[in-house]
Design a protein around this ligand. Structure first.
Ligand SMILES: [Ca+2]
Ligand SMILES: [Ca+2]
Ligand SMILES: [Ca+2]
Length: 370
């Protein structure tokens, strides 16, 4: 609809010698419907859908506020939204819908319908990938809105929102950090390494075991078995016994050489078979072979990797390197504590069943559009 604008022109007359200012102009039109704006609530400013200068909503309201620029959730691995909300409604017929939509979708999906009173301000948070509103990763023109709707009679305070925060992010590049690098014998060891210093919550990661004969042939071996990864909540990778080769989700890279990891009938943990690089079993192979675990995601950084190892070095020539590859999400924040303006939002005020322009307070202009 074409936007229309009506200016209310006020003429201000100051009486000579008097301290009073007398407005001259059309009589104010009583406010007829609420709209989303910032109100002062005892010094803290919050978002509310109320009548101008009042603390209640009107009858027949249909007012929406959404992010002005669409969110791009392509490749997002995290989409979390949270805010504080206080809801006081006249009846279940008056309510605030918290909704989401991609431009490719035909309608809005309701994340939560606030149709009853809260106990003062309550904190709400939603996971928009794994939560009840479905998976919004991969959507590239997403809007999130509050839509206030009231029926024809009975009003109350309505909805107050504060400290809105939406965070979303996709993974950056994986970077490698060596956990150990051996050039001497480490025969039959139980390796337990806490990875908290390498990880942050939300990271994606995997492990690499690299056996490198540095261009030579007929050296010794590196065997590993029973690889287990866990955090406080339990297994991230259940113990891998290497009974199948390659196990599901595992991979390897021979880096252009003929040496490779294979299933070997031996085991440092005592449970053959295991994963091994076996030089003397393959005297013509040159190894620069990397074995990779499946890619894992962590909720907390307190991740431990546990495995059995048997590394037999030859005169310091060959190398056993155990490394972690980590990618962290690049987080974008859309945040508003409503202490400033609403410039990052778009307000759509459908009004009391009308799409007219109405001056809603004396001296102010209210543009309404849909
Ligand atoms: Ca009502
Ligand atoms: Ca085994
Ligand atoms: Ca605030």
């Amino acid at each position: 609809m074409r936007n229309t604008l009506i200016a209310v022109i006020l003429v201000w007359t100051v009486s000579a010698g008097a301290a009073t200012t007398v407005p001259i102009g059309p009589a104010p039109t009583p406010p007829t419907n609420a709209y989303w704006h910032i109100i002062n609530e005892g010094g803290d400013h919050v978002l509310a859908c109320v009548l101008d200068g009042e603390t209640v909503y009107g009858n027949g309201d249909d007012c929406r506020i959404r992010n002005d620029e669409a969110f791009d959730f392509t490749d997002a691995i995290i989409i979390d939204v949270e805010f504080d909300i206080k809801n006081t409604v006249d009846s279940a017929n008056d309510h605030c819908l918290f909704q989401i939509k991609d431009l490719d979708d035909s309608g809005w999906t309701t994340i939560e319908d606030f149709n009853s009173n809260t106990s003062g301000y309550e904190h709400r948070s939603y996971d928009l990938i794994n939560g009840g509103a479905g998976n919004w990763s991969g959507k590239d023109e997403v809007f999130i809105r509050f839509r206030w709707v009231s029926d024809g009679s009975g009003t109350a305070e309505g909805t107050r929102v504060d400290d809105f925060l939406l965070e979303y992010g996709s993974l950056g590049a994986y970077t490698k950090t060596n956990i150990f690098q051996w050039n001497e014998d480490h025969l039959r060891t139980h390796e337990i390494h806490n990875c908290a210093s390498y990880l942050s919550a939300g990271d994606s990661f995997y492990f690499e075991w690299n056996y490198d004969t540095n261009g030579q042939t007929l050296l010794w071996h590196w065997y590993i078995d029973d690889v287990w990864v866990y955090d406080n909540d339990g297994d991230l990778l259940p113990t891998e016994p290497f009974n199948n080769w390659l196990p599901t989700g595992w991979s390897q890279n021979q880096h252009g050489e003929n040496g490779k990891w294979e299933q070997v009938n031996a085991s440092p943990s005592g449970n053959p078979p295991c994963a091994g690089c076996n030089s003397y079993g393959h005297p013509t192979w040159v190894f620069d072979a990397s074995l990779y675990s499946p890619t894992l995601d962590c909720d907390t950084a307190n991740v431990t990797v546990d495995f059995w190892s048997d590394y037999n070095n030859y005169s310091g020539i060959d190398t056993a390197t155990f490394a972690i590859w980590v990618a962290s999400p690049d987080i974008i924040e859309f945040a508003d504590d409503f202490e400033g303006d609403l410039s990052i939002w778009a307000v759509v005020d459908v009004g009391s069943g009308n799409a007219n322009i109405k001056p809603s307070s004396y001296g102010a202009i209210k543009a309404m559009f849909q």
